[in-house]
Design a protein around this ligand. Sequence first.
Ligand code: CP
Length: 298
Amino acid sequence: MNHIISIHDLDRDQIDRLLARAGEVTAEFAGKEPLKGKILGLLFFEPSTRTRMSFESAMLRLGGSCMNLGGVEVSSMAKGETLADTIRVVSGYADAIVLRHPKVGAARLASEFSEIPILNGGDGAGQHPSQTLIDLYTIRQSMPLDNIHIGLIGDLMYGRTTHSLAYALTHYNARIHTIAPKGLGLPDSIHDNLEERGATVIEHDSIEEVISDLDVLYVTRLQRERFPDPAKFYDVSSSYRITPSLLTDVKDHLAILHPLPRVDEIDPSVDSLPYARYFEQARNGVPVRMAMLTEVMT
Ligand code: CP
């Protein structure tokens, strides 16, 4: 395996193998340094806490090192250097690159100019495949992945994590229930592509009408920074919020996930309920990314 740009780069066997490996890496490499001498380049052109720090933690735990570009303003991109040239240059300094970029397709473009593996750490409203592996890994800790009913709630237009997760779930015969504020449903192209891949996608007007059927509730924030019209954000802000009172008639094994950061879409009083899995999900970033790094760098 070389680049991981899109969840479409992985078939079901490869996904299952990475998830199984994520469950073993911590014990398998305890006291060992399989990536000693290797360097991971971190090129983040959008804010990040989890993706940047869990890739770094994963690399350090595997005995490797990280090199951080530090963003546009402190690199020669501030002088006008292109992403393509930056990638060409950094691929001579590192052994793999994690790229986060505000533009859809940036990671694919980078892979065309890189001599080393590119891992997409999120490209605009496109995809976030490493987050998807974390999401699947977290679900699998609670239930088998096949045949689940999953609710995707929030900004499904610009929320890249929901795009790659929905595509990945087509391998597992999931029923995908969508609940989105007006104008923020899944893009038509993704909705149609999911159905072409055999997915069942059911749109709902409210979370109340489907919550009791769900095995997984995947919550996302409004991607305010991607709204072309800031006024639109105020039209839809606070239009959904997960609270304990919503969760009175749910399946015992319901898992509530959120890629985080959360703004106000999950009430903090949900955190202590047995359904809340989102902080565990964030912790799972380390073993899943350890599995990915050993896959592309050894
Ligand atoms: N889930 C996620 O991508 O979080 P960050 O934006 O903090 O990396």
